[in-house]
Design a binder for this molecule. Structure first.
Ligand SMILES: Cc1cc2nc3c(=O)[nH]c(=O)nc-3n(C[C@H](O)[C@H](O)[C@H](O)COP(=O)(O)O)c2cc1C
Length: 189
């Protein structure tokens, strides 16, 4: 009997479908699929994700993961079920996009050990930016924040990032797409 294939969930934090971080994410998913994973991708802009209000209900009650009634009720079960997570974001004003940050803040219930745990064992973050240099782009700020968050959540995280300004310009950056495929494969091996 063959072992169950690991499930990779990808969440894209750009509203530009077939945009740069979406395509970088696709390359990572292609690598993961080739390495034997099942993959699924969702766009955060299709979900109503409200800002965390800091009510702390998730820290004191385990009856609900979150007091807010929004589409995180659909995403929390998927986050609990996946084996690996891919987050893709453009750099907006020197850090991750708003869609992505709204999601990150809603990971707060997972800091309460009494809440249902997620079982994901690794994460990959795909970032794209317009500037030629990742530091000038503000990519380092985003990497720092993702790294701190996943370290706090005890999930090892890897990064792939690349410059690409116009929608789809990442297609010309074959080295970045190759690296994303390799990172996707490494995510499931
Ligand atoms: C509102 C906004 C803010 C941006 N801020 C930055 C920035 O701070 N640094 C940068 O290098 N590029 C910035 N960019 C360019 C995007 O990061 C870049 O085009 C990225 O590849 C877009 O990814 P997407 O096609 O997946 O949406 C910005 C773009 C927009 C629309």
């Amino acid at each position: 009997m063959s072992a169950r294939k690991p499930l990779v969930l990808a969440l894209v934090g750009s509203a530009r479908r077939r945009g740069n971080c979406d395509l970088l994410c696709d390359a990572a998913l292609a690598g993961a699929e080739k390495a034997g994973a099942r993959v699924g991708k969702l766009y955060l802009c299709d979900f109503d994700i409200r800002p965390c209000t800091g009510c702390d209900a998730c820290q004191h009650s385990v009856r609900k993961m979150c007091a807010l009634n929004d589409d995180m009720a659909r995403l929390y079960p998927l986050l609990r079920e996946c084996d690996r997570l891919v987050l893709a974001s453009p750099i907006y004003f020197f850090t991750m996009s708003g869609y992505t940050k709204l999601l990150m803040d809603r990971f707060y219930p997972f800091t309460n050990p009494k809440q249902p745990r997620w079982k994901m064992t690794r994460a990959l973050v795909c970032l794209t930016y317009g500037a030629d240099d990742p530091f000038a782009a503000g990519c380092g700020n985003a990497i720092g924040a993702f790294n701190d968050m996943f370290t706090y959540l005890k999930v090892p995280v890897a990064f792939v990032h690349a410059t690409a300004w116009e929608k789809g310009a990442i297609r010309a950056n074959r080295a970045a797409l190759r690296k994303a495929r390799a990172c996707g494969a490494a995510l499931v091996r």
